[in-house]
Design a protein. Structure first.
Length: 269
């Protein structure tokens, strides 16, 4: 292995002090299925969401379109897409979601918007209370050979829409209000919404949602796009769900504030 690395770098083994090496599938993604309705690729979990989140933000704020210009001029929010390292191994690292990265970013943004002055605790807390985090990770679709692994009413299907994930042990951060917001945004964007609650006798993985919520106090929802063969060398998801993911992020950036304010008014009244 060391000799192969040295050859690639055109150096000698003795000159290598240390190294970090990640091996991964380099095959290009491909379409499959009778109607080309499936996407086969490595690392869909969670690069599919990285793609959808970034494309949604670009589509929302595109300064080359009238819609994008209007969104930028009228928005009172700071829209951000964040992609963390180490989600699959617990997120407890300097650059993981369990770190102070999100908390520090909000503090620095609040200071910048306050003319460079550190905001009062009340102003900072107001920013936290007005914030909302989409913790979007891929979701386990039902496998036809292992259908008993899913509850009958919580069995997401490929090309079936975005999945809201809930867990009473707080492995997911979804609650009644944050889940409602995703469902309502789905209704506005005409995106089907599935529900997923893991069986009580099955282990449940976690996401960055609870870590961010606990570190910052922000409202968080856990949702995702369904796929099969998660964590395999080659994974599969529906292309309709990938498109819906992009559309959902775009609509979230466009409509969240209006929806949130209307929700607050209804609760107050």
């Amino acid at each position: 292995m060391l000799q192969a690395i040295a050859d690639k770098l055109d150096t000698t083994v003795d000159s290598i002090v240390d190294f970090e090496l990640s091996l991964y599938d380099t095959q290009a993604a491909t379409l499959g299925g009778i109607n080309k309705e499936f996407l086969y690729s490595a690392r869909l979990d969670n690069l599919a969401t990285v793609f959808a989140g970034l494309e949604g933000l670009i589509a929302y704020s595109d300064p080359t379109t009238d819609e994008g210009i209007e969104a930028l001029l009228k928005s009172s929010d700071v829209s951000v897409a964040v992609f963390f390292d180490h989600e699959e191994v617990g997120s407890n690292s300097a650059q993981g979601a369990g770190s102070v990265v999100m908390k520090s970013a909000v503090e620095r943004i609040s200071t910048a918007l306050n003319g460079g002055n550190v905001p009062s605790p009340d102003l900072h807390q107001a920013c936290i209370n007005n914030s909302f985090v989409l913790s979007i990770d891929q979701a386990h679709a039902i496998h036809p050979n292992y259908s008993t692994k899913h509850e009958s009413n919580h069995a997401p299907t490929l090309n079936g829409g975005l999945v809201v994930k809930s867990n009473s042990n707080q492995r997911y951060a979804t609650n009644g209000i944050t889940g409602f917001i995703v469902r309502e945004l789905g209704r506005i964007a005409d995106i089907p919404i599935d529900e997923f609650v893991v069986r009580n006798d099955c282990a449940c993985g976690s996401t960055i949602g609870p870590a961010i919520s606990a570190k910052t106090g922000m409202r968080v929802v856990d949702a995702g796009m369904p796929q099969l063969s998660m964590h395999s060398c080659r994974e599969v998801m529906g292309i309709a769900d990938l498109s819906r993911g992009v559309d959902f992020f775009r609509v979230f950036y466009q409509k969240f504030r209006q929806l949130d304010e209307s929700l607050c008014r209804e609760v107050t009244e």
